[in-house]
Design a protein around this ligand. Structure first.
Ligand code: ZN
Length: 338
């Protein structure tokens, strides 16, 4: 999740009308799971740790509350997620990031994550609710921390373009984790074959900018990214991919603390691949329902369904593209340091 826009509107309201802002904020935060009333980035902090990653600093704050797992294990989970993001982007997207872990009593698992840009003095801020009885295995399997940190790597969008923020996070998270060595590529392609159809337009759909269902926002956005990745690689003889486009957006300053029109971001991305694919695809898919030929894509990429998942067909025309998508980038695996 990414709530930059909501918060930005609220800050504007603060300037215009403090009383209205306070009323809105307190009703937003009346979640019974949180005793603190007020913006999450001002929630009480019981302890703080931090680590470095590619020249950036990630501060990890722990809200009061018990967790079964020792702190170093939780830190390792955040560091692995940051490592995946830095490996994918060739750098950590923002110079300073803050993660607030909120222990949730009597629950287990990584429960919910939300990210904001430019709040409380931090370019990026992520709040994660973590169940008290979460196991080490649950952290190893978790995707949410990586998803949230990916949000730092794209400029904040108006509500109608929320799908691109979520689509990038949904698509990049598993790819980044394979590139960094935390997942097997068979696993993520198998998951994509299963989950990508959730993004198909339903009857009455009016395009990604107009139809804001869960499926279209998360998986419709992910389809946009997958299609862009394959098309960029086809047009550039597999020399460039969506990764180069997304890196170029970050290099141009397009991070979560910035508010950019979507076309500015797509232009910066296309400049990074020497194509016009992001802009063209946006023109095609923003205001009209477009069904992506997923079965055709799997076939070209050499992804064959089996009873237990998928197997790869290396004789398929785009088999090299499939391999390039998940290969560790030439910039290498980027690890955290104390
Ligand atoms: Zn998200």
């Amino acid at each position: 999740m990414n709530q930059r826009r909501t918060l930005l509107s609220l800050s504007i309201l603060l300037l215009a009308c403090g009383a209205l802002l306070i009323a809105t904020v307190s009703s937003q935060n009346s979640n019974p799971a949180s005793e603190h009333r007020g913006p999450s980035w001002r929630s009480p902090v019981a302890s703080t740790q931090s680590f470095h990653i590619a020249g950036s600093v990630v501060q990890v704050d722990f809200a009061p509350g018990a967790l079964d797992l020792p702190t170093p294990q939780i830190m390792q989970w955040v560091e692995n997620a940051a490592s995946s993001v830095a490996t994918y982007y060739g750098r950590f997207p923002v110079p300073r990031d803050r993660v607030l872990i909120m222990p949730t009593e009597d629950r287990r698992g990584v429960m919910q994550g939300t990210s904001w840009g430019d709040v409380g003095g931090s370019p990026a801020f992520t709040r994660i609710r973590l169940g008290q009885h979460t196991t080490a295995d649950a952290l190893t399997d978790d995707w949410m921390m990586t998803h949230e940190l990916v949000h730092g790597a794209f400029p904040s969008q108006e509500d109608e373009h929320h799908w691109i923020e979520e689509g990038i996070a949904v698509y990049v998270e598993p790819v980044a984790r394979v590139q960094t060595g935390f997942l097997q590529s068979e696993k993520i392609w198998s998951d994509m074959v299963r989950d990508m159809p959730k993004g198909d337009p339903q009857p009455g759909d009016q395009g990604l900018d107009q139809t804001h269902t869960w499926g279209r926002t998360y998986w419709g956005g992910a389809q946009f990214c997958l299609l862009a990745d394959v098309t960029i690689r086809e047009q550039t003889h597999n020399k460039k991919g969506l990764q180069d486009a997304l890196r170029a957006i970050v290099a141009a300053g397009g991070t979560i603390d910035q508010e950019w029109p979507i076309r500015k971001a797509l232009l910066a991305g296309d400049a990074g691949t020497g194509t016009h694919i992001l802009e063209q695809q946006y023109d095609h898919m923003a205001s009209a329902p477009v069904t992506v030929d997923l079965d055709g894509l799997w076939k070209k990429l050499g992804i064959v369904r089996t009873e237990t998942g998928v197997r790869f067909d290396d004789t398929a025309p785009d088999a090299a593209i499939r391999a390039a998508i998940t290969a560790t980038p030439s910039t290498g695996r980027i690890a955290s340091s104390p």
